[in-house]
Design a protein around this ligand. Structure first.
Ligand code: DX5
Ligand code: ZN
Length: 223
């Protein structure tokens, strides 16, 4: 069984008090770091120098989600910057297998992300090359968007193919993950849950992480 992991997205943290807000998620599994270049997505966040410092002070390892063009050029530099896991978008790479191999050779977990309208099928024969598939459950670019229900079927197909292949690839979801949605996403087969606004918008961040973890690990049939 794949482990249940809760990775809060620091996109919803206070960027002026990042070190404090990283400490607030010390009970999480990874800190999810959204890198956006204003070209692949219509938003701009942080780049290499800031990620490097975050890696130095974070109490948990970094799960870097690159929403940038030309991932073949940039992704390996995030491995060097101190990430534990580097996710590049399928739509932003010319050679996903070469890139994944380069990332693994750099000592990090390699993951491929799919926009809501990007099919997973082209990657199902390549599962041995990647450590995680990120099924985007909103259009990438912004926190606080509503979960897209139609993405659940892709989560199910991804998990079914991984099980059939006997692989240990993780399935991550990102976007609109909350108390209301995490149960059915877990039942669909995801095991890594990114949550930004749900975690940082909660009155007690640590308690929210614990609640999401419980709901993901023991999804009830009705939730
Ligand atoms: C969106 C980012 C997400 C974002 C999720 O493009 O990839 O990581 O922070 O935010 P919520 O959890 O608020 O939907
Ligand atoms: Zn993300």
């Amino acid at each position: 069984m794949a482990p249940v992991l809760i990775n809060p997205s620091i996109l919803s943290a206070d960027f002026v008090n990042l070190e404090r807000d990283l400490q607030r998620i010390a009970t999480a599994d990874y800190a999810h770091v959204d890198v956006m270049d204003q070209h692949f997505v219509p938003n701009l966040t942080i780049g290499l120098p800031v990620v490097r410092r975050i890696a130095e002070v974070s109490p948990v390892p970094l799960d870097v989600h690159l929403m940038v063009e030309d991932a073949d050029r940039w992704a390996p530099q995030y491995a060097e910057a101190g990430a534990r896991s580097v996710t590049f978008h399928a739509e932003a790479t010319q050679a996903p297998v070469r890139l994944a191999r380069e990332l693994r050779a750099g000592g990090v977990r390699a993951a491929v992300a799919l926009r809501p309208a990007t099919p997973v099928e082209p990657f199902l024969d390549l599962l041995a090359e990647i450590d995680m598939v990120l099924v985007m459950t909103v259009e990438p670019g912004f926190g606080g968007q509503a979960f897209i229900e139609g993405t659940l079927a892709k989560v199910q197909r991804t998990r079914a193919a991984i099980t059939a292949a006997g692989a240990d690839t993780w399935v991550q979801v990102d976007g609109g993950v909350s108390r209301d949605t995490i149960g059915r996403i877990a039942r669909a087969g995801a095991n890594v849950f990114v949550a930004g606004s749900a975690v940082y918008g909660a009155p007690d961040v640590a308690a929210e992480i614990a609640t999401l973890r419980t709901l993901a690990a023991h999804p009830t049939t009705e939730a």
